[in-house]
Ligand binder design. Sequence first.
Ligand SMILES: *[C@@H]1O[C@H](CO)[C@@H](O)[C@H](O)[C@H]1NC(C)=O
Ligand SMILES: *[C@@H]1O[C@H](CO)[C@@H](O)[C@H](O)[C@H]1NC(C)=O
Ligand SMILES: *[C@@H]1O[C@H](CO)[C@@H](O)[C@H](O)[C@H]1NC(C)=O
Ligand SMILES: *[C@@H]1O[C@H](CO)[C@@H](O)[C@H](O)[C@H]1NC(C)=O
Ligand SMILES: *[C@@H]1O[C@H](CO)[C@@H](O)[C@H](O)[C@H]1NC(C)=O
Ligand SMILES: [Zn+2]
Length: 511
Amino acid sequence: MDEQVLRDPSLKTRPIVAMVTASTVVVVAAMVTTVVILNLDSTTVTEATPLPFSGRGYNREEYMAARQSLLAKDQGRALGAKLKLNAKEQILNGILLKEKKEIMEKARVDRVLYTPALSFFKSKDWMEKTDTFKIIRKMPKGAALHLHEPAIASMDWLVKNLTYRPNIYMCTNKQGLILINTFQSPPSDPDCPWKLVSAERAKAQSIEEFDHTMRRSLSFIKTDPLTSFNGTNGAWDRFNLWFQQYTEIDGTVHNATFGAEMYKNATEMFVATHPDFFGAKIIMSGLRFKSKKDIADEVKTAMALRRKFPDFVLGYDLVAQEDPLNPLLFYLDGLLFPTQQSLDNAVPYFFHAGETKWEGTDVDENLIDALLLNTTRIGHGYALAKHPELADLVKERGIAVEVNPISNQVLGLVEDLRNHAMVPLLADDFPLVISSDDPATWEALPLTHDFFVAFMDLSSQDMGLGFLKQLAINSIRYSALSKNEKESLMSMWQIKWDKFVEDAVDQFSSG
Ligand SMILES: *[C@@H]1O[C@H](CO)[C@@H](O)[C@H](O)[C@H]1NC(C)=O
Ligand SMILES: *[C@@H]1O[C@H](CO)[C@@H](O)[C@H](O)[C@H]1NC(C)=O
Ligand SMILES: *[C@@H]1O[C@H](CO)[C@@H](O)[C@H](O)[C@H]1NC(C)=O
Ligand SMILES: *[C@@H]1O[C@H](CO)[C@@H](O)[C@H](O)[C@H]1NC(C)=O
Ligand SMILES: *[C@@H]1O[C@H](CO)[C@@H](O)[C@H](O)[C@H]1NC(C)=O
Ligand SMILES: [Zn+2]
């Protein structure tokens, strides 16, 4: 099924990651897949707005015609508005629109809180009960273009499988949070004393209770970051704990070539046994607090990996909290190096950029550098709408922006998701895809919960199946697959899509 792009902050790999990767793929495979038929026929928008007759204003009918025409033009610009739906799709569209409108109107007219736009930690259980969620869960959503590898295996797998393996240790830190790691013999750490999980579990009165407590503590969802932490920075501090949890068991440090090969092997093994999983590719990612020299070296490693695994290692990215860390410009020399050798040496970039509310600052200007460095896609691009020239460029060049709505909310960029900064761009058919960033940390399913909030919060009340279908199509169109790969994924997706529409209509029509 999906191409799934994994970003690993280090690519210094360890056995534990292999397990995470393998399981991940399972999670994603459960999601079915993909789309196509780039059906961009013209819309049904009525052309000219009738002009008033000379000497008097509109009569009522003329006014209503002009109104309808203007409205249709405006709506016609939205992502997915130009897709033509077939008869079956129109039935499903009707089912989706009915529930969407009911939920919205109930909150709007009755003046009560609108649950789909509340903190994910409050809306999660509620949204899972809606038909819309159940339909989206079954929908082949295409590819997930923005996922970080340590945060995609499900919490169930982490607790019920990984922590049952040998040499897994746990400790409880000063904030009462459980950390997990693997050692041959653990270091002494008075602030967080390491204990063997198997020994602790054996001592527990109830294994179920023990596992439940561990799960609650590992999961971000235990506490609502919007209310439990001090804004963006507090949420990031909690979030970063997650990524500190993996180290090499015997102290061996493997190099990046080994890491890439390990991911490639795991992907191939999985694809061999799961023919509807199309594959996964990786983007090497550096950390924005490293030295110029380290990043320059990593870019050279990325050049070497591109030569060795041209179809598997896609390129390079820089990650971690953008606001306080080094901007792209800080690493300019290292990042310019490949194309200074020759254009053939170019390392495609997939920069996280503009994941910020700080307009006009160094971090905001990461968008400028991402574009000048010919980024293939932009991760988040949350600040893009504030930069009209850059936004034009993104649209003209078809540089897709990977929007991760739940991540943006959890990490404090936006509270009410209807105010998400990408709404105006979704309303204007920008090259956008929806992804999930780090879904396991907040116990979201890869893609499903993010698609749900995109549907309920980031699109207009009258945008139905066409919006969702276009997002799936975009995820393939803007993937870094080759032309041939895109074509085969598209046809795979189309078959699944047609079956999905058929099944969903059967299941959800008239109760
Ligand atoms: C963990 O997953 C692996 C691979 O699927 C499986 O072989 C193993 O039995 C599982 N372990 C546990 C404790 O469930
Ligand atoms: C939030 O900030 C306040 C004041 O700056 C501080 O007293 C408090 O400990 C902080 N809370 C957290 C959870 O970081
Ligand atoms: C990793 O190590 C292998 C074997 O030791 C070597 O051939 C390869 O060039 C190294 N890769 C990198 C990126 O340093
Ligand atoms: C990947 O698979 C190849 C072929 O089976 C094997 O030789 C190689 O050691 C594997 N690499 C890693 C890192 O697991
Ligand atoms: C980006 O692409 C433009 C146009 O093809 C080219 O002139 C420029 O050198 C490229 N920049 C980098 C950093 O590769
Ligand atoms: Zn990310």
